[in-house]
Design a protein around this ligand. Structure first.
Ligand code: HEC
Ligand code: HEC
Length: 381
Protein backbone atom coordinates (compact mmCIF):
# COMPACT_ATOMS: atom_id res chain seq x y z
CA UNK A 1 0.00 0.00 0.00
CA UNK A 2 2.59 2.53 0.99
CA UNK A 3 4.51 1.44 -2.08
CA UNK A 4 1.70 2.27 -4.44
CA UNK A 5 1.02 5.62 -2.85
CA UNK A 6 4.68 6.37 -3.14
CA UNK A 7 4.68 5.52 -6.82
CA UNK A 8 1.60 7.56 -7.32
CA UNK A 9 3.15 10.62 -5.78
CA UNK A 10 6.41 10.10 -7.60
CA UNK A 11 4.61 9.84 -10.90
CA UNK A 12 2.91 13.13 -10.11
CA UNK A 13 6.33 14.72 -9.81
CA UNK A 14 7.49 13.16 -13.03
CA UNK A 15 4.35 14.20 -14.86
CA UNK A 16 4.83 17.76 -13.66
CA UNK A 17 8.35 17.61 -14.99
CA UNK A 18 7.27 15.95 -18.21
CA UNK A 19 4.58 18.44 -19.06
CA UNK A 20 6.98 21.34 -18.80
CA UNK A 21 9.52 19.70 -20.99
CA UNK A 22 6.86 18.70 -23.50
CA UNK A 23 5.96 22.30 -23.91
CA UNK A 24 9.58 23.04 -24.51
CA UNK A 25 9.53 20.45 -27.27
CA UNK A 26 11.77 17.84 -25.67
CA UNK A 27 10.40 14.50 -24.65
CA UNK A 28 10.12 12.95 -21.25
CA UNK A 29 7.09 10.72 -21.66
CA UNK A 30 7.01 7.12 -22.69
CA UNK A 31 7.19 5.99 -26.32
CA UNK A 32 6.00 2.52 -27.16
CA UNK A 33 7.48 0.25 -29.77
CA UNK A 34 4.61 0.98 -32.13
CA UNK A 35 5.62 4.63 -32.17
CA UNK A 36 2.72 5.76 -30.01
CA UNK A 37 3.25 7.74 -26.92
CA UNK A 38 1.47 7.86 -23.59
CA UNK A 39 0.88 11.40 -22.47
CA UNK A 40 -1.49 11.40 -19.55
CA UNK A 41 -1.31 7.82 -18.42
CA UNK A 42 -4.25 6.68 -20.49
CA UNK A 43 -4.30 7.97 -24.03
CA UNK A 44 -1.84 7.13 -26.73
CA UNK A 45 -1.00 9.46 -29.54
CA UNK A 46 0.97 8.93 -32.70
CA UNK A 47 4.48 10.34 -32.75
CA UNK A 48 5.98 12.00 -35.77
CA UNK A 49 9.64 13.00 -35.91
CA UNK A 50 9.80 12.50 -32.17
CA UNK A 51 6.89 14.89 -31.63
CA UNK A 52 3.54 13.95 -30.26
CA UNK A 53 0.96 14.95 -32.84
CA UNK A 54 -1.96 15.96 -30.72
CA UNK A 55 0.11 17.82 -28.13
CA UNK A 56 3.17 19.22 -29.82
CA UNK A 57 3.48 22.96 -29.53
CA UNK A 58 5.53 24.68 -32.16
CA UNK A 59 7.63 26.95 -30.02
CA UNK A 60 8.81 29.09 -32.86
CA UNK A 61 5.25 29.90 -33.84
CA UNK A 62 4.48 31.02 -30.29
CA UNK A 63 7.69 32.71 -29.33
CA UNK A 64 7.67 33.91 -25.76
CA UNK A 65 4.19 32.56 -25.10
CA UNK A 66 4.73 29.00 -24.01
CA UNK A 67 8.03 29.28 -22.20
CA UNK A 68 7.01 28.56 -18.69
CA UNK A 69 8.35 26.04 -16.25
CA UNK A 70 11.36 23.82 -16.71
CA UNK A 71 12.22 20.20 -16.17
CA UNK A 72 12.83 19.23 -12.54
CA UNK A 73 16.51 18.62 -11.84
CA UNK A 74 17.63 15.25 -10.48
CA UNK A 75 18.38 16.93 -7.12
CA UNK A 76 14.90 18.38 -6.96
CA UNK A 77 13.37 15.00 -7.69
CA UNK A 78 15.60 13.42 -5.05
CA UNK A 79 14.50 16.00 -2.49
CA UNK A 80 10.90 14.95 -3.09
CA UNK A 81 11.61 11.27 -3.10
CA UNK A 82 11.09 10.69 0.60
CA UNK A 83 10.25 7.27 1.94
CA UNK A 84 8.77 6.65 5.36
CA UNK A 85 8.64 2.96 6.13
CA UNK A 86 6.51 1.06 8.67
CA UNK A 87 9.62 0.27 10.70
CA UNK A 88 10.37 3.98 11.08
CA UNK A 89 13.02 4.25 8.40
CA UNK A 90 12.86 7.75 7.01
CA UNK A 91 10.62 9.08 9.79
CA UNK A 92 12.26 12.13 11.39
CA UNK A 93 12.02 13.21 15.03
CA UNK A 94 9.33 15.73 15.81
CA UNK A 95 6.19 16.36 17.81
CA UNK A 96 2.78 17.96 17.73
CA UNK A 97 -0.48 17.90 19.68
CA UNK A 98 -3.99 17.04 18.57
CA UNK A 99 -5.02 20.61 19.34
CA UNK A 100 -2.30 22.10 17.13
CA UNK A 101 -3.21 19.64 14.42
CA UNK A 102 -6.85 20.65 14.66
CA UNK A 103 -5.92 24.31 14.09
CA UNK A 104 -3.67 23.54 11.11
CA UNK A 105 -6.33 21.25 9.73
CA UNK A 106 -8.97 23.98 9.90
CA UNK A 107 -6.67 26.36 8.09
CA UNK A 108 -5.08 24.15 5.48
CA UNK A 109 -7.09 21.00 4.96
CA UNK A 110 -10.75 21.47 5.87
CA UNK A 111 -11.53 23.35 2.66
CA UNK A 112 -11.15 20.10 0.76
CA UNK A 113 -11.44 17.30 3.31
CA UNK A 114 -14.21 19.04 5.23
CA UNK A 115 -14.84 19.30 8.95
CA UNK A 116 -13.45 16.40 10.93
CA UNK A 117 -12.16 14.79 7.76
CA UNK A 118 -15.58 13.73 6.60
CA UNK A 119 -14.64 14.26 2.95
CA UNK A 120 -17.08 14.80 0.13
CA UNK A 121 -17.29 16.61 -3.19
CA UNK A 122 -14.72 14.24 -4.61
CA UNK A 123 -12.18 14.67 -1.82
CA UNK A 124 -11.31 11.61 0.21
CA UNK A 125 -12.56 11.26 3.77
CA UNK A 126 -9.76 11.04 6.32
CA UNK A 127 -11.68 9.46 9.11
CA UNK A 128 -13.73 6.59 10.37
CA UNK A 129 -15.33 4.74 7.57
CA UNK A 130 -16.56 1.72 9.48
CA UNK A 131 -13.75 1.87 12.00
CA UNK A 132 -16.12 1.60 14.95
CA UNK A 133 -17.31 -1.28 17.05
CA UNK A 134 -13.91 -2.51 17.99
CA UNK A 135 -12.89 -2.67 14.36
CA UNK A 136 -14.50 -6.07 14.14
CA UNK A 137 -15.41 -5.76 10.53
CA UNK A 138 -12.01 -4.78 9.36
CA UNK A 139 -9.94 -7.88 8.99
CA UNK A 140 -10.60 -11.08 7.17
CA UNK A 141 -13.61 -9.46 5.67
CA UNK A 142 -14.24 -12.34 3.35
CA UNK A 143 -15.42 -14.58 6.15
CA UNK A 144 -18.24 -14.57 8.67
CA UNK A 145 -20.77 -13.96 5.91
CA UNK A 146 -19.76 -10.39 6.46
CA UNK A 147 -19.56 -8.20 3.41
CA UNK A 148 -18.63 -5.04 5.26
CA UNK A 149 -15.07 -4.84 4.14
CA UNK A 150 -13.07 -1.91 5.37
CA UNK A 151 -14.02 1.38 3.81
CA UNK A 152 -10.92 2.62 2.11
CA UNK A 153 -9.92 5.46 4.35
CA UNK A 154 -6.94 5.88 6.60
CA UNK A 155 -8.43 4.54 9.84
CA UNK A 156 -10.05 1.46 8.45
CA UNK A 157 -8.04 0.46 5.44
CA UNK A 158 -4.46 1.59 5.53
CA UNK A 159 -2.18 -1.07 6.96
CA UNK A 160 0.53 1.29 8.22
CA UNK A 161 0.36 4.68 9.87
CA UNK A 162 3.75 5.58 8.39
CA UNK A 163 1.97 6.14 5.07
CA UNK A 164 -0.05 8.92 6.66
CA UNK A 165 3.02 10.85 7.78
CA UNK A 166 4.69 10.37 4.43
CA UNK A 167 1.58 11.22 2.41
CA UNK A 168 0.90 14.45 4.23
CA UNK A 169 4.55 15.51 4.20
CA UNK A 170 5.10 14.93 0.51
CA UNK A 171 1.65 15.43 -0.96
CA UNK A 172 -0.49 17.75 1.14
CA UNK A 173 -1.95 20.29 1.23
CA UNK A 174 -2.72 19.49 -2.35
CA UNK A 175 -1.75 22.89 -3.81
CA UNK A 176 1.40 23.27 -1.66
CA UNK A 177 3.05 19.91 -1.13
CA UNK A 178 6.24 19.91 0.97
CA UNK A 179 5.25 23.18 2.63
CA UNK A 180 4.60 21.73 6.11
CA UNK A 181 7.27 21.37 8.80
CA UNK A 182 7.87 17.98 10.40
CA UNK A 183 6.20 19.15 13.63
CA UNK A 184 3.15 20.33 11.71
CA UNK A 185 2.90 16.93 10.07
CA UNK A 186 3.08 15.23 13.48
CA UNK A 187 0.33 17.53 14.75
CA UNK A 188 -1.85 16.75 11.72
CA UNK A 189 -1.23 13.02 12.19
CA UNK A 190 -2.21 13.34 15.87
CA UNK A 191 -5.43 15.08 14.84
CA UNK A 192 -6.27 12.55 12.13
CA UNK A 193 -5.53 9.62 14.44
CA UNK A 194 -7.83 11.18 17.04
CA UNK A 195 -10.77 11.70 14.67
CA UNK A 196 -10.37 8.07 13.64
CA UNK A 197 -10.70 7.10 17.31
CA UNK A 198 -7.58 4.98 17.14
CA UNK A 199 -5.61 4.35 20.31
CA UNK A 200 -1.89 4.38 20.86
CA UNK A 201 -0.68 2.02 23.57
CA UNK A 202 -4.28 1.70 24.73
CA UNK A 203 -4.59 5.44 25.11
CA UNK A 204 -7.14 7.62 23.33
CA UNK A 205 -5.81 10.83 21.84
CA UNK A 206 -7.44 13.79 23.60
CA UNK A 207 -6.76 17.43 22.70
CA UNK A 208 -3.61 17.71 24.81
CA UNK A 209 -2.12 14.48 23.53
CA UNK A 210 1.32 15.12 22.09
CA UNK A 211 2.40 12.76 19.36
CA UNK A 212 6.07 12.15 18.67
CA UNK A 213 8.11 9.72 16.64
CA UNK A 214 8.27 7.04 19.30
CA UNK A 215 4.54 7.07 20.02
CA UNK A 216 3.67 7.25 16.35
CA UNK A 217 5.58 4.05 15.65
CA UNK A 218 3.51 2.26 18.30
CA UNK A 219 0.28 2.86 16.46
CA UNK A 220 -1.00 -0.42 15.12
CA UNK A 221 -3.56 -0.05 12.37
CA UNK A 222 -6.68 -2.24 12.60
CA UNK A 223 -6.33 -3.52 9.05
CA UNK A 224 -2.62 -4.32 9.22
CA UNK A 225 -3.29 -7.98 8.49
CA UNK A 226 -5.93 -7.34 5.88
CA UNK A 227 -3.53 -7.45 2.96
CA UNK A 228 -1.83 -10.26 1.17
CA UNK A 229 1.33 -11.39 2.93
CA UNK A 230 4.74 -10.04 2.03
CA UNK A 231 5.99 -12.90 -0.08
CA UNK A 232 9.40 -11.50 -0.83
CA UNK A 233 12.39 -11.11 1.42
CA UNK A 234 13.75 -13.36 4.09
CA UNK A 235 10.41 -13.94 5.85
CA UNK A 236 8.54 -14.47 2.61
CA UNK A 237 8.12 -18.21 2.89
CA UNK A 238 7.11 -18.07 6.52
CA UNK A 239 4.61 -15.26 5.88
CA UNK A 240 3.07 -17.16 3.01
CA UNK A 241 2.68 -20.34 5.08
CA UNK A 242 1.12 -18.42 7.91
CA UNK A 243 -1.33 -16.75 5.58
CA UNK A 244 -2.45 -19.96 3.95
CA UNK A 245 -2.70 -21.79 7.24
CA UNK A 246 -5.18 -19.26 8.56
CA UNK A 247 -8.64 -20.50 7.65
CA UNK A 248 -9.92 -16.94 8.03
CA UNK A 249 -8.25 -16.03 4.79
CA UNK A 250 -10.55 -18.26 2.77
CA UNK A 251 -14.07 -18.09 1.39
CA UNK A 252 -17.17 -17.78 3.47
CA UNK A 253 -16.66 -20.82 5.67
CA UNK A 254 -18.45 -21.08 8.99
CA UNK A 255 -16.03 -19.62 11.52
CA UNK A 256 -17.19 -21.90 14.29
CA UNK A 257 -16.02 -24.93 12.36
CA UNK A 258 -12.59 -23.45 11.70
CA UNK A 259 -12.48 -25.08 8.32
CA UNK A 260 -12.06 -23.80 4.86
CA UNK A 261 -15.30 -23.66 2.97
CA UNK A 262 -15.09 -26.08 0.05
CA UNK A 263 -18.74 -26.56 -0.90
CA UNK A 264 -22.14 -24.99 -0.28
CA UNK A 265 -20.41 -21.86 0.84
CA UNK A 266 -23.36 -19.68 -0.02
CA UNK A 267 -26.73 -19.69 1.60
CA UNK A 268 -29.16 -19.29 -1.27
CA UNK A 269 -28.07 -17.52 -4.41
CA UNK A 270 -24.73 -15.78 -4.56
CA UNK A 271 -25.23 -12.04 -4.25
CA UNK A 272 -23.96 -11.34 -7.74
CA UNK A 273 -27.18 -12.74 -9.13
CA UNK A 274 -28.82 -9.52 -8.07
CA UNK A 275 -27.52 -7.71 -11.09
CA UNK A 276 -30.28 -9.35 -13.13
CA UNK A 277 -32.85 -7.56 -11.09
CA UNK A 278 -31.12 -4.24 -11.60
CA UNK A 279 -33.13 -3.46 -14.71
CA UNK A 280 -30.47 -4.03 -17.33
CA UNK A 281 -32.40 -6.46 -19.47
CA UNK A 282 -32.76 -4.77 -22.81
CA UNK A 283 -29.37 -5.50 -24.31
CA UNK A 284 -29.03 -4.56 -27.95
CA UNK A 285 -28.13 -6.86 -29.58
CA UNK A 286 -29.55 -9.36 -27.08
CA UNK A 287 -26.98 -11.20 -24.97
CA UNK A 288 -26.02 -14.54 -26.37
CA UNK A 289 -24.98 -17.57 -24.40
CA UNK A 290 -23.44 -19.33 -27.40
CA UNK A 291 -19.87 -20.25 -26.75
CA UNK A 292 -18.59 -20.90 -30.28
CA UNK A 293 -16.62 -18.21 -32.05
CA UNK A 294 -18.33 -16.32 -34.87
CA UNK A 295 -17.65 -17.91 -38.23
CA UNK A 296 -15.01 -16.20 -40.31
CA UNK A 297 -16.16 -14.59 -43.49
CA UNK A 298 -14.98 -15.96 -46.80
CA UNK A 299 -11.47 -14.68 -47.45
CA UNK A 300 -11.28 -13.01 -44.06
CA UNK A 301 -8.28 -13.52 -41.86
CA UNK A 302 -5.62 -11.84 -43.93
CA UNK A 303 -5.17 -8.32 -42.66
CA UNK A 304 -5.67 -5.42 -45.00
CA UNK A 305 -2.26 -3.86 -45.77
CA UNK A 306 -3.56 -0.42 -44.77
CA UNK A 307 -4.83 -1.49 -41.36
CA UNK A 308 -1.67 -1.17 -39.29
CA UNK A 309 -0.78 2.25 -40.63
CA UNK A 310 -4.37 3.35 -40.13
CA UNK A 311 -4.23 2.35 -36.49
CA UNK A 312 -0.87 4.03 -35.98
CA UNK A 313 -1.59 7.32 -37.74
CA UNK A 314 -5.27 7.90 -38.35
CA UNK A 315 -7.31 6.08 -35.72
CA UNK A 316 -6.63 8.79 -33.16
CA UNK A 317 -9.11 10.97 -35.08
CA UNK A 318 -11.00 8.49 -37.22
CA UNK A 319 -11.56 5.90 -34.53
CA UNK A 320 -14.22 8.04 -32.88
CA UNK A 321 -16.77 10.49 -34.10
CA UNK A 322 -15.79 13.03 -31.49
CA UNK A 323 -13.14 14.74 -33.61
CA UNK A 324 -15.32 15.66 -36.55
CA UNK A 325 -13.59 13.08 -38.71
CA UNK A 326 -15.70 10.48 -40.52
CA UNK A 327 -15.55 7.51 -38.17
CA UNK A 328 -14.28 4.30 -39.65
CA UNK A 329 -17.17 1.84 -39.52
CA UNK A 330 -19.81 4.53 -39.95
CA UNK A 331 -21.46 3.61 -43.25
CA UNK A 332 -23.39 6.81 -43.77
CA UNK A 333 -20.44 9.06 -43.05
CA UNK A 334 -18.27 7.24 -45.56
CA UNK A 335 -21.00 6.97 -48.16
CA UNK A 336 -21.13 10.76 -48.05
CA UNK A 337 -17.35 10.95 -48.43
CA UNK A 338 -16.99 8.52 -51.31
CA UNK A 339 -19.91 10.10 -53.20
CA UNK A 340 -17.42 12.68 -54.49
CA UNK A 341 -15.45 9.98 -56.26
CA UNK A 342 -12.36 8.27 -54.98
CA UNK A 343 -9.91 10.52 -56.82
CA UNK A 344 -11.19 13.51 -54.88
CA UNK A 345 -11.11 11.54 -51.62
CA UNK A 346 -7.48 10.47 -52.17
CA UNK A 347 -6.63 14.05 -53.04
CA UNK A 348 -8.21 15.37 -49.85
CA UNK A 349 -6.49 12.75 -47.73
CA UNK A 350 -3.11 13.68 -49.23
CA UNK A 351 -3.52 17.46 -49.28
CA UNK A 352 -5.80 17.89 -46.29
CA UNK A 353 -9.23 19.42 -46.00
CA UNK A 354 -10.64 21.47 -43.11
CA UNK A 355 -9.80 19.59 -39.90
CA UNK A 356 -8.05 16.84 -41.85
CA UNK A 357 -4.30 17.62 -41.85
CA UNK A 358 -2.35 16.78 -45.05
CA UNK A 359 -1.65 13.04 -44.93
CA UNK A 360 -3.15 13.02 -41.45
CA UNK A 361 -0.02 14.70 -40.16
CA UNK A 362 2.26 11.90 -41.36
CA UNK A 363 4.96 11.92 -44.01
CA UNK A 364 3.88 8.64 -45.57
CA UNK A 365 4.16 8.32 -49.37
CA UNK A 366 1.03 9.02 -51.42
CA UNK A 367 0.56 5.35 -52.30
CA UNK A 368 0.51 4.36 -48.68
CA UNK A 369 -2.07 7.04 -47.88
CA UNK A 370 -4.25 5.70 -50.70
CA UNK A 371 -3.88 2.20 -49.33
CA UNK A 372 -4.98 3.38 -45.89
CA UNK A 373 -7.94 5.25 -47.40
CA UNK A 374 -8.93 2.02 -49.20
CA UNK A 375 -8.83 0.23 -45.88
CA UNK A 376 -10.93 2.93 -44.21
CA UNK A 377 -13.50 2.90 -46.99
CA UNK A 378 -13.59 -0.92 -47.04
CA UNK A 379 -14.04 -1.13 -43.29
CA UNK A 380 -16.96 1.30 -43.45
CA UNK A 381 -19.18 -0.51 -45.95
C1 HEC B 1 -7.08 21.61 -2.55
C2 HEC B 1 -7.65 20.45 -1.96
C3 HEC B 1 -6.87 19.75 -0.84
C4 HEC B 1 -6.33 20.29 0.28
C5 HEC B 1 -6.33 21.75 0.73
C6 HEC B 1 -5.79 19.17 1.04
N1 HEC B 1 -6.00 18.01 0.37
FE1 HEC B 1 -5.52 16.14 1.03
N2 HEC B 1 -6.21 15.36 -0.71
C7 HEC B 1 -6.73 16.07 -1.76
C8 HEC B 1 -6.98 15.18 -2.87
C9 HEC B 1 -7.55 15.57 -4.22
C10 HEC B 1 -6.58 13.90 -2.45
C11 HEC B 1 -6.60 12.61 -3.25
C12 HEC B 1 -5.34 12.57 -4.05
C13 HEC B 1 -5.29 11.32 -4.91
O1 HEC B 1 -5.93 10.33 -4.58
O2 HEC B 1 -4.53 11.39 -5.89
C14 HEC B 1 -6.11 14.05 -1.08
C15 HEC B 1 -5.66 13.00 -0.32
C16 HEC B 1 -5.26 13.11 1.00
C17 HEC B 1 -4.91 11.99 1.84
C18 HEC B 1 -4.97 10.54 1.44
C19 HEC B 1 -6.37 10.05 1.62
C20 HEC B 1 -6.62 8.65 1.15
O3 HEC B 1 -7.32 7.90 1.83
O4 HEC B 1 -6.10 8.29 0.07
C21 HEC B 1 -4.55 12.51 3.05
C22 HEC B 1 -4.11 11.73 4.26
C23 HEC B 1 -4.67 13.94 2.95
N3 HEC B 1 -5.10 14.28 1.68
C24 HEC B 1 -4.37 14.82 3.97
C25 HEC B 1 -4.44 16.19 3.84
C26 HEC B 1 -4.02 17.11 4.87
C27 HEC B 1 -3.50 16.70 6.23
C28 HEC B 1 -4.22 18.36 4.38
C29 HEC B 1 -3.88 19.69 5.04
C30 HEC B 1 -2.52 19.89 5.38
C31 HEC B 1 -4.78 18.24 3.06
N4 HEC B 1 -4.90 16.91 2.77
C32 HEC B 1 -5.15 19.30 2.26
C33 HEC B 1 -7.02 17.42 -1.76
C34 HEC B 1 -6.65 18.32 -0.79
C1 HEC C 1 -5.95 15.23 -36.43
C2 HEC C 1 -7.09 14.41 -36.79
C3 HEC C 1 -6.99 13.57 -38.06
C4 HEC C 1 -6.03 12.64 -38.36
C5 HEC C 1 -4.79 12.25 -37.54
C6 HEC C 1 -6.43 12.07 -39.63
N1 HEC C 1 -7.58 12.63 -40.06
FE1 HEC C 1 -8.54 12.23 -41.80
N2 HEC C 1 -9.95 13.63 -41.34
C7 HEC C 1 -9.97 14.40 -40.22
C8 HEC C 1 -11.13 15.26 -40.26
C9 HEC C 1 -11.53 16.28 -39.16
C10 HEC C 1 -11.79 14.98 -41.47
C11 HEC C 1 -13.04 15.65 -41.99
C12 HEC C 1 -12.61 16.81 -42.84
C13 HEC C 1 -13.80 17.53 -43.43
O1 HEC C 1 -14.34 17.04 -44.45
O2 HEC C 1 -14.19 18.54 -42.90
C14 HEC C 1 -11.02 13.95 -42.11
C15 HEC C 1 -11.36 13.41 -43.33
C16 HEC C 1 -10.66 12.40 -43.96
C17 HEC C 1 -11.03 11.80 -45.20
C18 HEC C 1 -12.23 12.18 -46.04
C19 HEC C 1 -11.82 13.26 -46.95
C20 HEC C 1 -12.98 13.72 -47.82
O3 HEC C 1 -12.79 13.80 -49.01
O4 HEC C 1 -14.05 13.98 -47.26
C21 HEC C 1 -10.10 10.83 -45.48
C22 HEC C 1 -10.08 9.92 -46.68
C23 HEC C 1 -9.15 10.85 -44.41
N3 HEC C 1 -9.51 11.80 -43.50
C24 HEC C 1 -8.07 10.02 -44.34
C25 HEC C 1 -7.14 10.05 -43.33
C26 HEC C 1 -5.98 9.21 -43.27
C27 HEC C 1 -5.59 8.21 -44.33
C28 HEC C 1 -5.33 9.49 -42.13
C29 HEC C 1 -4.04 8.89 -41.58
C30 HEC C 1 -2.90 8.83 -42.48
C31 HEC C 1 -6.08 10.53 -41.46
N4 HEC C 1 -7.18 10.82 -42.21
C32 HEC C 1 -5.72 11.08 -40.25
C33 HEC C 1 -9.08 14.36 -39.15
C34 HEC C 1 -7.95 13.57 -39.11
Amino acid sequence: MFKSYRNLMLSAVVVAAASTSLLAGSDASRVYANGKKVIDGGSTYPVKDGKTSAYFVNEKAHKGLVKFGRAATPDEIRAWDIDVMPDGTGLPEGKGTVEDGDAIYEEKCAACHFDFGTGGAGYPALQKGNAYEGHKTLTNQRVNGNDEGPIRVFGTYWPYASTLWWYIKTGMPHPHPMSLTDDEVYALCAYIISINELKIDGEELDDEYELNREKFLKLKMPNVDGFIPEIRGKNGLENTRKFFNDFNNYGIGPVSKKTRCMKNCFKGEPKLARIQGAGISDYQPPLSNKKDLPKKKEGAGAEHPGKKAYEASCAVCHGTDAMGAPMVGNKDAWAAVTKKGMDKVYYNAIHGINGMPPKGGTSLPDDKIKEIVDYMVGASK
